[in-house]
Design a protein around this ligand. Structure first.
Ligand SMILES: *[C@@H]1O[C@H](CO)[C@@H](O)[C@H](O)[C@H]1NC(C)=O
Ligand SMILES: *[C@@H]1O[C@H](CO)[C@@H](O)[C@H](O)[C@H]1NC(C)=O
Ligand SMILES: *[C@@H]1O[C@H](CO)[C@@H](O)[C@H](O)[C@H]1NC(C)=O
Length: 328
């Protein structure tokens, strides 16, 4: 059992090392590597330059509309409840009681759709919004049915409905945009890297290659610093001696990574792209080493993994752009 365990953790480390950014993994053969980056870069640049892929932040726009819908729904709830306190007529009371439930449900559903949106569960997010709309319509219908008149919230309901529909529209646009990028990247050698690089290019449309490289490196530096700060917090709150030891090693590794990324910035400014690429690439090595330290013999999951994935992604984007600059 012990040897199997050891073998498993060895494989785990091996997978981590092998799955590390293929750009650095293949750095020993510069020509092939360069050719692959060139090939991928052409597709990435074409995708990011396409006018059919808008650079609008559809997710942000959807969240904005849905957050407003929640405030709006809460205001309607308050209005319903205050009218309910004054109501003496049986049918009005019954209608209002129903509406109170409808809007409480609607607000809960929109809140759920925001969480689904963050989890990239777009179908679920849309279902929640549609159900929320149906709930607000139900309130109107009940007034017509029981009292043969419109509810006192018809006007507010129209605004709530419009905000929900705006949220839906932007989720549909987001899905369409992500599909175009995924399809475009399907021909590249590193699809995930292509998708994140196109995303980064679209977010920063208008910046030249040099500006993109600097921004990507600065973001990688921020990500690395954030991890290092997080380790400092963990060092203060962890009591397990083994974990503490690993955290101390990782703290040093990330400090090295941060130092190397920092050193690449002046190199970029002086157009020393080869140096910049070497230093930024070395930072990935430090992050991988930390993951390996955590995996260790006991196969412990590193508490830093999610942040490390973001960091590696940002470093890889930097490398793509710097290597392109170096090749020009
Ligand atoms: C490097 O790549 C070239 C093709 O560009 C190939 O011919 C050569 O064998 C590779 N060298 C190594 C050491 O992998
Ligand atoms: C209202 O929301 C609830 C969930 O809270 C859902 O089960 C129900 O189907 C919705 N009502 C309508 C009329 O869609
Ligand atoms: C909204 O959803 C979050 C979880 O995503 C939950 O913690 C919070 O209580 C919800 N708020 C309301 C008003 O439903």
């Amino acid at each position: 059992m012990g040897s199997l365990h050891g073998l498993l953790s060895f494989c785990f480390v091996l997978v981590l090392v092998l799955s590390s950014n293929h750009l650095t993994a293949k750095a020993h053969n510069k020509s092939t590597n360069q050719i692959k980056v060139e090939a991928d870069f052409k597709i990435i640049a074409e995708l990011a330059g396409k006018n059919s892929i808008p650079n609008a932040d559809f997710k942000g726009l959807a969240k904005l509309a849905l957050t407003k819908a929640i405030s709006n729904g809460n205001v309607i709830c308050q209005r319903v409840n205050s009218l309910l306190l004054k109501s003496s007529d049986m049918y009005t009371t019954r209608s209002l009681t129903g509406c109170s439930t409808n809007y409480k449900d609607a607000v809960g559903l929109i809140n759920k759709s925001l969480a689904a949106l963050d989890a990239k569960k777009y179908g679920d997010a849309k279902t929640c919004i549609t159900d929320a709309l149906a709930n607000s319509t139900k309130c109107e219908d009940r007034f017509e049915e029981l009292l043969q008149r419109k509810s006192p919230f018809t006007f507010m309901k129209a605004k709530f409905g419009l905000l929900c529909l705006t949220g839906l529209k932007h989720i549909n646009l987001l899905v369409q945009k992500e599909r175009l990028i995924t399809e475009g990247c399907s021909q590249t050698l590193d699809k995930e890297l292509c998708i994140s690089t196109v995303g980064f290019f679209l977010e920063n449309k208008g910046l030249g290659l040099h500006g993109l490289a600097k921004l990507a490196v600065e973001k990688a530096l921020q990500d690395g610093t954030r991890i290092h700060n997080h380790i400092s917090v963990l060092l203060k709150t962890t009591s397990d001696k083994c974990v503490l030891k690993k955290l101390k090693s990782c703290s040093a590794f990330y400090l090295t990574a941060i130092g190397k990324i920092k050193a690449s910035l002046p190199a970029l400014d002086c157009n020393r792209y080869g140096d910049a690429s070497t230093w930024v690439g070395a930072a990935i090595g430090s992050a991988e080493t930390c993951e390996g330290v955590f995996a260790g013999k006991s196969n412990t999951i590193s508490p830093l993994t999610p942040m490390k994935i973001e960091f590696s992604k940002q470093v890889s984007i930097s490398l793509v752009v710097i290597k392109k600059l170096a090749g020009n």
